[in-house]
Structures are given as structure tokens and as C-alpha cells.
Design a protein around this ligand. Structure first.
Ligand code: ADP
Ligand code: MG
Length: 274
């Protein structure tokens, strides 16, 4: 057993990487579920119109459901859109619906269009009787207004990197975007956490990519790597995270270890303020 302490401070992490298919959604839901299993109270905000995070958390997200779209566009409060995951009473999700696909364009004409999630989230957090320990925002794979809203609302960037060809491609672009956000929208934002996903220790390539990423980001990369595992990819089709689907599988064990690391490291030292 691990001795884990939650501080009562809410850490807000945006799970971002402009590449698609690197494990953003998988990392979001499984890390969130693993932290909830450790005793933390965790909210996942599904900011991808695909709604894969909502699916994996077993939360309804058909077109008629109140969702993150309503929060961003219709001034609905997060309290009215949040749902509890059937997997864990401490695990919550603001789902995404198909409407979110149009939000990218609808946001353009809105007042404070980059800050709508930030405002709604912090209003929600301040109104809670029992504080959340973590908020994870699952981002779409593009730098549009949805991702900018996530960067504006978060304190930390959580970057999953697939241990594969071209893993570092696009990374300097992401870091450049983070700099730009720090300068103009959110001085608090830090790239705090990097996780190697779909790691195959038998291949030289995975080892090389891991070594290169660790060399560039010695303080940010977690010791834990997530192995490629069929159980991880199967879980969402059962409306579950891998923690709920097969807690003893290699993928679940790895996400639980990653969760312990994230909680134990604590929040990066604060520079900016809201
Ligand atoms: P993103 O959100 O970055 O687009 P996903 O989390 O949807 O990426 O992952 C892309 C695909 O890879 C999905 O089909 C997912 O099931 C699969 N996948 C992610 N992580 C693993 C893993 N550790 N083992 C096996 N398959 C994985
Ligand atoms: Mg995704």
C-alpha cells in the first residue's frame, strides 16, 4: 500500500499534445480513475467533440445531454452539466456531445472567448462544499479555441508522448504555444508532467525515444511508462477505464503507478496567479 495524502488544493491539468492518437484520452481517463481509486476526488472535462473520454467514464453524452458545449456557449454552469461516473463515487465528468464540434466556430464571436472555461471552472470550484483534488481536461488534437480555453483554465500541462517514430515531432510547436499562452493569457501554466505511452520495452525504438525525451525533460518525465496493452484499448468499449475493467492488468498497474507519482510530486511551485 502507498501512503498518499491529498492536500485540499485543486490541481488543474490539461492533457495536451497536438498529435492525435498519442494516448491523450486514454491517459486522461485512466489517470483520473487511478487517482479516484487512491481516494482523490477527480473531475474530467471532456473537451474533445469525439466524446471518447465521456464514453470511457461510462457517462451518457448523447446530443440532448447538458454538456461542456452548454458551459462554453450557453453560460450553463458546470454544476448543471457534471455527472458522476458509475465506476467510482469520487470520479466525475463534464461530458462532450456532438454539438461541441461547432463550438470552435461559435466561440469566435463570444465575449472573452479564450477564458470561458477558466471562468466557469473556477466559479464551480469555488462553490463546492467538498473540494476536488484534480481536474483533468481532455483536449482535441489541434490548437483551436477549445485547446486555448483548456490552456487558459489549467495550471499544468500533462503531455503524453507515444514512444514511437516522430514522437518529438510537433513538440517544439506545442512548447511554443505554451509560451505564447503564458505570456498573453495564463502566467500560471507550466508543463509539469510528461508520460511515455504505448511503450514497448522489447524494441530499441521505444527505448531510444524514452531516452531522448528524458534527456530533454529530466524533471518532467514520470519514471513510470505505460506499456502497450490490449486491456487498455478494450476497456472503452465496455464504458470503463482500465482500472474498472481489469485492475490487475499491466496497463492498469502502470496507470496506478503514474497516478501515485503525480500525486506525490505535488503541484509545481506557483508563479503566476489568476
Ligand atoms: P488521443 O486521445 O491522443 O487521440 P487515444 O487515447 O484515443 O489518443 O489513443 C489512441 C489509440 O491508441 C486508441 O485506440 C487507444 O485505445 C490506443 N491506446 C492508447 N494507449 C494504449 C496502450 N497503452 N495500449 C494499447 N492501446 C492504447
Ligand atoms: Mg483523444
Amino acid at each position: 500500500d502507498v501512503d498518499i495524502e491529498f492536500t485540499g488544493q485543486t490541481r488543474v491539468l490539461t492533457v495536451s499534445n497536438q498529435k492525435g492518437g498519442v494516448g491523450k484520452t486514454t491517459t486522461t481517463v485512466n489517470t483520473a480513475a487511478a487517482i479516484a481509486a487512491l481516494g482523490g476526488r477527480v473531475l474530467v472535462i471532456d473537451l474533445d467533440p469525439q466524446g471518447n473520454a465521456s464514453t470511457a467514464l461510462g457517462v451518457p453524452h448523447s446530443a440532448d445531454i447538458t454538456s461542456i458545449y452548454d458551459v462554453l456557449i450557453n453560460d450553463t454552469s458546470i454544476a448543471d452539466a457534471v455527472q458522476q461516473s458509475p465506476e467510482n463515487e469520487r470520479l466525475f465528468c463534464v461530458p462532450s456531445t456532438i454539438h461541441l464540434a461547432g463550438a470552435e466556430i461559435e466561440l469566435v464571436s463570444q465575449v472573452a472567448r479564450e477564458k470561458r472555461l477558466d471562468t466557469a471552472l473556477h466559479e464551480y470550484l469555488e462553490g463546492l462544499d467538498e473540494p476536488l483534488d484534480f481536474v483533468f481536461i481532455d483536449c482535441p488534437p489541434s490548437l483551436g479555441l477549445l485547446t486555448i480555453n483548456a490552456f487558459s483554465a489549467a495550471d499544468e500541462v500533462f503531455l503524453p508522448i507515444q514512444a514511437e517514430y516522430y514522437a518529438l515531432e510537433g513538440l517544439s510547436q506545442l512548447l511554443g504555444n505554451v509560451k505564447m499562452i503564458q505570456k498573453h493569457l495564463n502566467t500560471r501554466l507550466r508543463v509539469s508532467t510528461i508520460l511515455l505511452t504505448m511503450y514497448d520495452g522489447r524494441t530499441k525504438l521505444s527505448q531510444q525515444v524514452a531516452a531522448e525525451v528524458r534527456q530533454h525533460f529530466p524533471d518532467e518525465v514520470l519514471k513510470t511508462v505505460i506499456p502497450r496493452s490490449v486491456r487498455v484499448s478494450e476497456a472503452p468499449s465496455f464504458g470503463q477505464t482500465v482500472i474498472g475493467y481489469d485492475e490487475a492488468s499491466a496497463g492498469a498497474v502502470a496507470y496506478k503507478e503514474a497516478a501515485v507519482e503525480i500525486v506525490k510530486r505535488g503541484a509545481p511551485r506557483r508563479k503566476g496567479r489568476r
